[in-house]
Design a protein around this ligand. Sequence first.
Ligand SMILES: [Zn+2]
Ligand SMILES: [Zn+2]
Length: 138
Amino acid sequence: MECINHVGKNAVMQCQSCGSFICSDCACESERNLCRSCEVYSFAQHRDSSIRSLVVAGAIFVLMFIVISNPETSFVTRLSGAYVLSSIIYGWSAISNYEKMKAMNFNKVYVFPKCIIAILIGWLVLPYKVYKDLKVIL
Ligand SMILES: [Zn+2]
Ligand SMILES: [Zn+2]
């Protein structure tokens, strides 16, 4: 078998996504044994989902900050309230990834507990996730 990118070079493995044969040079370039076009595609998809979660988290943050605009509420309380609520999306996706890994689905049984767990995990992972998403986008 010949590499899809390099004429005359023997392929050493198959792209995990599309099944194209790739040589050792191509395999080294890729972290997950993907051919070039699949690598570019998966990066673009990753980038899109990073932008989406940042936008949603940011929107929830601003919205919550405005909603909790009771004059008796202190600035810090509003800020931390908005922070915790906007982190739900990151906690939620962390749990969903875990479910996918274990082939489980909590949605049907446990929507409410899942929300609580999402908040608990979310505020912890938010800074790390935002950092990771920003690194993918920039
Ligand atoms: Zn491929
Ligand atoms: Zn190659």
